[in-house]
Ligand binder design. Structure first.
Ligand code: CDP
Length: 788
């Protein structure tokens, strides 16, 4: 799309520099831990060394003698106010602090409040907890076996460890299609538990003002409004009423879904501040963040794909076990216990599909968050993109050819998928062909054949993913009953400058810039003159927040709609000023002019001034509008990625030689920001593909609980990403835009795995579970007798 505005105005399509960067790159950002309040106290948390144990006693005597320690808060303290349990966003329950037993290693056991952070840490060391270990359930398959210890003994009627069973699709039709298929391929896949590793860990300052009876919480939350409502609902009985609660999300150093849930630390800090009447700060350290915050993934998948001899895919059948730890603390929309996993038919024209997911309790930290992913889409895309390659291998077909044969054709959009989604728009073969051209696919295949003859291991992997973002239409999407609309309020000041407030909250995605560009696009007011505010529940309109790439599809659309309401009023004022009928006016970005007499015009700035100084009689003064946008559908961004790898036969190391990413997120607001989103997302896709995993030993001890063994890719491990795009606008979004933030995280891992498996396919390798560590590859090479 060619920009409609000048670079000075900076509407859509301009790579405007980020308005937030002068603040952030000079270290002048305002993060929770930067905030210092007079008389502030500090909270640190005692955590369990056991994965499952009875608490026989907690002795705080020694801790209370540590200089500076003022209080030790336990489950018993909170139980007096009935605040020791809280709801999760999936309507499960989770302990704030235990009164009877702990359910995972690193679980919060007590809070120590002190005058400084070091005293609080010393206090934590001095709290004595007597535990009586209980049998630990780590394996989700064993958790479902008859006779497995029932973990949630707090739930009176619970007789097993199953959380939910969910299924979608036509089971009988899919079974029939499998029975009639020429070819059926089956594969088990495990998508391991991983953790969000934002630069900033989680934290808050709870500040209860006893005089005003008002609680202000500065908090690393991606969803401030929803959190305010949850606080009001959970703590209403102790006098916290919603108008007396203010949640402020200041700058946030990365969220990626990990800052959506309510963690016990927040609640303990609030309780401490209410009781002590002082501000209380809690900032997690890195190991607490890795060990106790909500995890992502942990899906054990059995997938089957049916096809005709000629490669036409006919049916998909998937059975999944979802390990949720001790509580289902996912942040999915409530009707979707397995998130949007049903996007698993991907970019392909399946007539039949059936998927089922069982959620299971184990002795691990709770969660199931959408880590830079729209609720289980990463798991879905990984499955279908791997299965497509497994089928290609079975049929001895080129994986690009197989994809091109089975893609939903461009002319079939809007497309109703076998699992019920209505894809808005797409042109999958255009994206794949562009990626193939960029990487020189045919030449690479020839090179691969030659290298193979020389005993070298080179592979090429493709991922042609379909995403589903922008939750969501209120008919189907809510969190704890709150519908998933989002909002924008714009006020135009008399001199033609504006403030725009949104219900979302940026965590580094650049909303201050792109939202200003949306207002600039619609009203012609330069983006530099549009101040964007998010994250303060006292001022911003109510919205569900930023996660799952919903900002552009939902709040961005609200921005456009609010601006259009303002333009409608501006037109009336212009007609009054120019003494013509509204029908005689034409709009071009920034001004209304009279049809056939373009010199007779009023700029938006002149109109804004008139709205306060010379508005028509009978019209309300001012120029402002609010929009609560309920999207008619989700948006379905897509892309094709191609990765070329070389494998070292001596060490098993995978070297990414090239990685080409062609993305399509519809019309683009800021191409530079989108490129940045994709670069970051690709690196976050590389991470689980090759490095990251959190696992547990049989006693529930965490493996990978620090950056010593939870490996993040650094610049050294990250290849030089090559990005390009196609543009297929969303037909229902007011700006034709789709979300983009998570596309690359979702699309990259299968491209990398497919490349590695392709490099080893002639040795009979069909699948490798992520992370593909050098050790895993080296063992395969040794097994196959080709290790050097
Ligand atoms: O919800 P979140 O902000 O994480 O995701 P998003 O809506 O995908 O947007 C990520 C960033 O990319 C935001 O700054 C968007 O405004 C920008 N973007 C864009 O410029 N054009 C698009 N079509 C989509 C997103």
């Amino acid at each position: 799309m060619e920009p409609r505005t000048t670079p000075q105005v900076g509407g859509m399509g301009h790579s405007m520099k980020r308005k937030e960067d002068p603040r952030l790159i000079r270290g002048k950002g305002n993060f929770v831990d930067d905030i210092q309040l007079p008389g502030m106290l500090y909270l640190d948390i005692v955590r369990s060394p056991f994965a499952h144990a009875k608490i026989k006693s907690i002795n705080a005597e020694r801790a209370l003698k540590v200089p500076g320690v003022l209080a030790v808060i336990t489950g018993e303290t909170l139980a007096k106010y009935n605040l020791h349990w809280m709801p999760t966003l999936m309507s499960d329950t989770q302990m704030v602090l235990p009164t009877e037993k702990v359910m995972y290693q690193a679980q919060e056991v007590a809070g120590v409040i002190a005058t400084d952070r070091y005293a609080a840490a010393d206090g934590v060391e001095a709290v004595e907890v007597d535990y009586d270990p209980l049998p630990v359930v780590v394996d989700p398959f064993k958790a479902l076996e008859p006779g497995a210890p029932v973990l949630r003994t707090d739930k009176k009627d619970k007789k097993d460890n199953r959380i939910f069973h969910w299924e979608v699709g036509d089971k009988a039709g899919t079974d029939r299609a499998f029975a009639a298929a020429d070819v059926v391929v089956k594969q088990d896949l495990y998508i391991p538990r991983i953790h969000v590793s934002s630069i900033e860990t989680c934290g808050c300052i709870a500040d209860f003002d006893r005089v005003e009876g008002k609680l202000t919480v500065y908090m690393t939350t991606q969803a401030p409004h929803a959190i305010r409502t949850v606080f009001a609902l959970v703590a209403g009985h102790v006098g916290l009423s919603e108008e007396k609660i203010r949640i402020v999300s200041p700058d946030i150093g990365g969220g990626f879904g990990g800052k959506v849930p309510v963690y016990p630390g927040y609640v303990i800090a609030v309780a401490a501040s209410v009781v002590l009447g002082k501000p209380v700060k809690w900032i997690e350290d890195r190991m607490e963040n890795l060990q106790a915050d909500s995890f992502a993934r942990d899906y054990h998948i059995k997938a089957e794909l049916a096809a005709k001899k000629d490669g036409t895919m006919t049916a998909l059948r998937i059975k999944t076990l979802a390990d949720h730890g001790y509580a289902d603390a996912a942040a999915n929309p409530s009707k979707f216990p397995a998130g949007l996993f049903s996007i698993c038919t991907g970019s392909y024209d399946f007539k039949n599909a059936f998927a089922e997911v069982d959620g299971v309790y184990t002795n691990k930290p709770p969660g199931g968050i959408a880590y830079r992913c729209s609720f289980r889409v990463t798991e879905a895309v990984h499955t279908i993109e791997r299965m497509t390659d497994v089928l290609a291998q079975e049929l001895k077909t080129d994986p690009a050819e197989l994809r091109l044969k089975n893609f939903i054709p461009a002319e079939k959009f809007p497309y109703k998928s076998a699992l019920g989604w209505s894809y808005d728009s797409g042109n999958y073969s255009a994206a794949l062909k562009k990626a193939m051209e960029m990487i020189g696919y045919d030449a690479l295949r020839k090179e691969q054949a030659e290298r193979r003859k020389r005993g070298e291991l080179m592979g090429i992997g493709i991922s042609s993913f379909t995403e589903i973002v922008g939750a969501g239409p209120s008919k189907h999407f809510d969190i704890l009953g709150i519908k998933m609309f989002d909002s924008c309020e714009i006020r135009i000041h008399p001199t033609g400058k504006a403030i725009a407030r949104f219900g979302t909250k940026s965590q580094g995605q650049g909303h201050e810039t792109t939202y200003a560009q949306i207002v600039a696009e619609e009203l012609g007011i330069p983006a530099a003159h549009v101040e964007v505010e998010e994250g303060d529940t006292d001022t911003a309109p109510y919205g569900l927040g930023t996660y799952a790439s919903r900002s552009t599809p939902v709040a961005g659309a609200a921005g456009a709609m609010a601006a259009r309401k303002i333009r409608d009023k501006a037109k009336k004022i212009a007609a009054h000023l120019l003494e013509v009928s509204e029908d005689d006016l034409v709009w071009e970005p920034g001004k209304f002019s009279v049809k056939g007499a373009p010199q007779r015009a009023k700029t938006i700035q002149e109109i804004a001034f008139a709205a306060y100084t010379n508005h028509p009689q009978g019209m309300e003064a001012g120029l402002e509008a609010v929009s609560y946008y309920d999207p008619p559908n989700l948006t379905f961004p897509f892309g094709s990625y191609i990765c070329a790898v070389d494998i070292d036969r001596g060490t098993g190391e995978v070297k990414i030689r090239r990685f080409v990413a062609v993305d399509d997120c519809g019309n683009i607001i800021n191409p530079m920001i989108v490129d940045g989103q994709i670069h970051g997302g690709l690196t976050m896709g590389l991470a689980p593909a090759l490095f990251e995993e959190i696992s547990y030993d049989e006693n529930g001890n965490i493996q990978g609980g620090s950056f010593m063994d939870y490996l993040l890719p650094t610049a050294m491990e990250t290849p030089s990403w090559e990005t390009d795009k196609t543009v297929t606008p969303s037909p229902h979004h007011p700006l034709g835009a789709k979300g983009v933030g998570e596309s690359a995280t979702v699309g990259a891992p299968p491209a990398i795995v497919n490349a590695v498996v392709d490099a080893l396919s002639h040795l009979g390798v069909r699948h490798i579970d992520i992370p593909i560590t050098p050790e895993k590859v080296w063992r395969i090479l040794k097994d196959k007798g080709v290790a050097e």
